[in-house]
Design a protein around this ligand. Structure first.
Ligand SMILES: C[S@@+](CC[C@H](N)C(=O)[O-])C[C@H]1O[C@@H](n2cnc3c(N)ncnc32)[C@H](O)[C@@H]1O
Length: 229
């Protein structure tokens, strides 16, 4: 378990393997998640922390990517193992999905909320930049994912300086104000799963120094042992 800090970013940038692999990609497409990787060194560091062992042959034999988006590295993930993507792909086009699937030799795509799907069993389930900033159901997700996986890896994004958003619910007149999770709420959602978390260090959620993102967000990388052996 680790919280991103400037020293980690500095060490990552020594080789920047995610940028190198993207530069060698065989397909070129305007993909939103790829643009985020191109524009943000911290996003590349996180990507490397979660997926490095899946970017070449070896590593987990199956990978379920929840909210994974599409990048130029998706074909690398998908061509050397069984790959599944649960993502309504709010940021990508149907044409991009077809092109990336073709470049990957095909993969399972679930165009759905993760909670509505039973995707079967997987060696590894990853959720990158989904919980709890985009989807606040972090504890429910772990109840869903752990019985289906040998291992679950997450990047968790929270704000220890209060941050909130005005939201319009589809079809309703009411405007909601959503307060982003802070470290204390993120830690509280994880605590029931503490015995499964590699190197459980709850103090990591207290810090508000050294964010590597311009908006001050904090990101913790977590690995949990799933139920499957
Ligand atoms: C912030 S983006 C992160 C994308 C990618 N993982 C990355 O780091 O660039 C959140 C992703 O989660 C997907 N998403 C949002 N709600 C979801 C849900 N309930 N179930 C599955 N995916 C979801 C979005 O379509 C989007 O691709």
């Amino acid at each position: 378990m680790k919280r991103l800090d400037p020293a980690m970013l500095h060490a990552y940038l020594d080789g920047d393997p995610v940028a190198r692999l993207a530069a060698q990609a065989k397909v070129t497409l305007p993909l939103t998640s790829q643009r985020w990787l191109d524009e943000s060194a911290p996003k590349r560091l996180i990507y490397n922390a979660l997926y490095a062992d899946c970017l070449s042959p070896g590593g987990p034999a199956s990978l379920l990517d929840v909210g994974g988006g599409l990048t130029l590295l998706t074909p690398l993930l998908a061509s050397t193992r069984r790959y599944g993507l649960i993502d309504p792909l709010f940021h990508e086009t149907a044409g991009s999905l077809s092109a990336i699937r073709e470049a990957s030799g095909g993969f399972e795509h679930f165009d759905s909320d993760w909670q509505a799907v039973d995707p079967g069993r997987w060696d590894l389930i990853v959720a990158n930049d989904l919980f709890p900033n985009v989807d606040q159901r972090l504890g429910m997700f772990l109840d869903w994912a752990l019985p289906r996986a040998r291992e679950v890896r997450l990047s968790l994004t929270f704000h220890n300086t209060p941050r909130w958003y005005a939201l319009q619910r589809p079809g309703l007149e009411e405007r909601l104000t959503m307060l982003a999770f802070d470290g204390a709420r993120t830690r509280a959602a994880l605590e029931p799963f503490a015995s499964r978390i590699e190197g459980w260090t709850p103090d990591l959620f207290n810090g508000n120094d050294g964010s590597v993102f311009p908006n001050g967000r904090q990101v913790v990388i977590v690995r949990l042992q799933g139920d499957l052996t």
